[in-house]
Design a protein. Structure first.
Length: 203
């Protein structure tokens, strides 16, 4: 099961970063967040999973509202949502099991090691998103992905990690609301979410 969740979390994070439509990115981000909650449950951090679930729900509401308010209207059919969700889950199951759960590759891999690999992968995806992407909403998603990586690391590495992670999740929610508010203000001023265009308009 940890291998499956690992595959789903990483697949959803990549989809959140690379999807063309912002609403697809937000949906993939939601799948990733729920999978992280399940990871916390498997690690025995039920309290943190509940806090993370509440924070994840609030983050999704903020990001969906921001996507609707700050971008061109995007028509997304129900079958697109279902097909994307199924693809992420099935690809994640296959990739996670093939890489770590199969007898050939993952026989001796400990759960702690898997978590550290997940932390490194998530943090790297977040850094890539912040460094390469030009859309403000995508950059915010990249920052949140890095926050999730830090939360997983705190739970995996130290005693008292649950409490620290709960505080980190709440602080992450507050900072996301501030970032979205700043993005809205910049969008109102420049008429775009592309930071490279904002620089040109400023210059």
């Amino acid at each position: 099961m940890p291998y499956v969740l690992f595959g789903i979390v990483i697949s959803a994070a990549v989809a959140a970063v690379e999807s063309k439509k912002l609403i697809n990115s937000v949906i993939a981000f939601g799948i990733m967040g729920l999978s992280v909650c399940l990871t916390f449950i498997i690690q025995g951090s039920i309290d943190l999973a509940l806090v993370q679930l509440a924070v994840e729900t609030a983050l999704l509401m903020v990001l969906v509202k921001a996507t609707k308010d700050l971008s061109e209207p995007e028509s997304l059919k129900w079958y697109e949502i279902v097909s994307m969700t199924l693809f992420i889950i099935l690809f994640g199951i296959f990739a996670g099991y093939a890489a770590f759960g199969s007898p050939v590759f993952g026989r001796h891999l400990k759960e702690q090691t898997l978590t550290i690999v997940e932390v490194i992968a998530l943090f790297s995806i977040g850094v890539y998103c912040v460094a390469i992407k030009r859309n403000l909403i995508k950059i915010i998603i990249g920052i949140i992905i890095m926050e999730y990586a830090v939360n997983l690391f705190l739970v995996a590495s130290a005693r008292g990690g649950d409490l620290l992670s709960q505080w980190a999740a709440l602080v992450g929610l507050a900072t996301t609301v501030v970032m979205v508010a700043l993005a809205k203000r910049l969008y109102d001023r420049h008429g775009t979410l592309d930071i490279s265009k904002m620089r040109k308009l400023k210059g």
